[in-house]
Design a protein around this ligand. Structure first.
Ligand code: LLP
Length: 428
């Protein structure tokens, strides 16, 4: 379903629209999102996980258009703050198909979620349990809840540690989770759906999910043994990896779904449990690959390196304010000249932003044609997740727009910030 291609003249086009036209009409930098690709990835998860519920993790990228697509493609939605909840409600997403996350939800956020009828609230602490119980009593509601566990598996990228330290802020250890489950079951004001586990992000190794599933189902069995209750649901979180560069090798979605299904079946049989309804929360894997950032090159500097070579520092008109991931996580991306062909020899280049920090890197190491020059458009693929959603106004740089391309038409789904937007918050 991807509609991004390089035309014969060397210009990159998305949905048939050349990036040169997009830049001329909407300016740079801009996030250019392939709507068909987004919808196709959402559907791929929905279909592969048929019989389970797929909650799109809104933190990866959310705006009203995305909320509508997610609904139209039949997914559920995971939000983790009052702000994300507000966007989802403003776009008309059915509250009963939403889940609310967060390790420090405020009374306001919880109240709003209960009033709106959010389908499930994922409890993350005993303080929150007290808070939600009080709110539910006051409102005369009976919200559905899950309990976020830490299963002792921590997975990131290619590795996972099956006995990870529990020294992090999210969730409850398995013993504490059992205590909380007993308390929720004793309170008739909350309805306990089941347990939740999220083990990390950008994961390529499905066995980490298998270990997590085994442990959380063990907890499920313990509740059954102690309380005689089989909890109806289980959430295994998100974190499925995507390819940022050719080095990354994501698990095909049908294969991932099949492995999770098998492990559920196997472990439930082992514990003599009837299978709870599974839900998952992919974010990055759906939105990440759908978007590239389009920048314009402003300056090129040759910087001599110690060993006689040199590196071209290619500065673009954005940077760490529109994608903090290289600076924050040392994340890798690639870049290509998108506005023309070049037969010049490739040279070692570093794509950098316009911010006042030497760590303001867009792509750390890339080979670009030696004739890369001011005015060239650069495309940096794979910026659909955690780029716009983590964007800032550092150095008072307005945040770029998100442009959705579908059927040969470009539509602004998030407009470019203006200097007026930046000034609007200043009082006096
Ligand atoms: N569910 C829960 C409870 C989560 O905490 C997260 C991500 C997800 C689902 C979705 O994970 P995904 O499928 O998108 O990996 N800013 C970081 C990633 C932070 C992820 C936080 N939680 C990054 O840019 O790599």
């Amino acid at each position: 379903a991807r509609t991004v291609e390089r035309r014969e003249d060397g210009v990159v086009a998305v949905g048939g629209v050349p990036v040169t036209e997009i830049a001329a009409e909407f300016g740079t930098p801009a996030y250019v999102l392939d709507e068909d690709d987004f919808r196709a990835r959402a559907r791929e998860y929905r279909d592969a996980f048929a019989g389970a519920d797929v909650f799109y993790a809104g933190k990866s990228f959310l705006c009203k258009a995305v909320v509508r697509w997610i609904h139209e493609e039949g997914l559920h939605l995971d939000v983790c703050t009052g702000g994300e909840l507000a966007v989802a409600l403003a776009a008309g997403f059915p509250p009963e198909r939403m889940g609310l996350h967060g390790n420090n939800k405020s009374v306001t956020e919880l109240t709003r979620a209960v009033e709106a009828g959010v389908g499930r609230i994922v409890l993350d602490s005993f303080d929150e349990l007290d808070r939600l119980t009080a709110i539910a009593r006051e409102l005369g509601a009976r919200p559905k809840v899950m309990i976020r566990t830490k299963v002792g598996v921590e997975a990131h990228t290619h590795a996972y540690i099956a006995t990870a330290h529990e020294d992090q802020k999210f969730g409850l250890g398995l013993d504490e989770a059992a205590v909380m489950a007993a308390r929720v079951l004793d309170e008739d004001v909350l309805e306990l759906l089941g347990f939740h586990s999220h083990i990390g992000s950008q994961i390529f190794d499905a066995s980490a999910f298998e270990v997590a599933a085994r442990r959380v189902l063990g907890l499920q069995a313990k509740i059954r043994d102690e309380r005689g209750v089989e909890l109806p649901e289980l959430d295994l979180g998100g974190g499925y990896g995507m390819a940022y560069t050719t080095q990354d090798d994501p698990i095909p979605v049908p294969e991932l779904a099949e492995r999770l299904r098998k492990i559920m079946e196997h472990e439930c049989a082992g514990y003599g449990l009837s299978e709870p309804r599974l839900s998952v929360e992919p974010g990055r894997a759906i939105c990440g690959p759908t978007t590239f950032t389009l920048y314009e090159v402003g300056t090129v500097k040759q910087v001599p390196l110690d060993y006689g070579a040199s590196r071209a520092y290619v500065s673009v008109d954005g940077g760490m304010s529109d994608n903090i991931r290289p600076a924050l996580y040392d994340a890798s991306y690639s870049a290509t000249i998108a506005s023309r062909a070049s037969s010049a020899a490739p040279v070692l280049a570093r794509v950098v932003g316009k911010h006042c920090e030497s760590g303001d890197i867009v792509v750390k190491d890339e080979f670009l044609p030696a004739d890369v020059s001011p005015g060239d458009l650069l495309a940096v693929p794979g910026t659909g997740a955690y780029a716009r959603s983590m964007a800032s106004n550092y150095n008072h740089v307005p945040r770029p727009p998100v442009l959705a391309v579908a059927d040969g038409t470009v539509r602004v789904i998030v407009r470019r910030e203006t200097e007026d937007d930046l000034l609007r918050l200043d009082v006096g």
